[in-house]
Design a protein around this ligand. Structure first.
Ligand SMILES: [Zn+2]
Length: 140
């Protein structure tokens, strides 16, 4: 039986009807990080806790990835079937700036400051036919 598996453990809550990204926050200085870290990059403290990040944020900056990235990028695509996709930084309130794939893939659809929401969807299939799910953001 095929399963839906996260692309990497510890990136987001899974399985979940409303998945949230998992970041870390320093209990000493309050700095948040994504993906989660074992120690604080700001003050060096190892007193960090895992925290679910807000599911919505504002688009801080973006670009369009117009050609297929090199390995270790792995999707179901080939250079012939590859479709350009958006890449952006999403500023999550009170938390952190997250780099993410965007569902929008044209400059007309993207604007700095627009509201974006987390989505978890199928990114590729593995050899056993399982769906590998990854995260992205889409315009609200
Ligand atoms: Zn710190």
């Amino acid at each position: 039986m095929s399963e839906r598996k996260p692309i990497c453990p510890g990136l987001f809550t899974w399985p979940s009807a409303e998945p949230a990204l998992l970041g870390s926050r320093c209990r000493q200085c309050g700095v948040a990080e994504f993906p989660q870290k074992l120690s604080c990059p700001a003050c060096g403290s190892e007193d960090v806790g895992v925290e679910e990040l807000p599911r919505r944020g504002k688009l801080w900056s973006w670009t369009i990835q117009g050609f297929m990235p090199k390995t270790p990028y792995r999707s179901d695509e080939t250079p012939e079937t590859f479709k350009p996709y958006g890449v952006g930084y999403i500023e999550l309130p009170g938390a952190v700036c997250v780099e993410s794939r965007l569902l929008e893939n044209t400059p007309e659809a993207l604007q700095i400051g627009m509201e974006m929401e987390l989505v978890v969807d199928t990114f590729r299939h593995d050899e056993a036919g399982n769906e590998i799910v990854g995260f992205a953001f889409k315009a609200v």
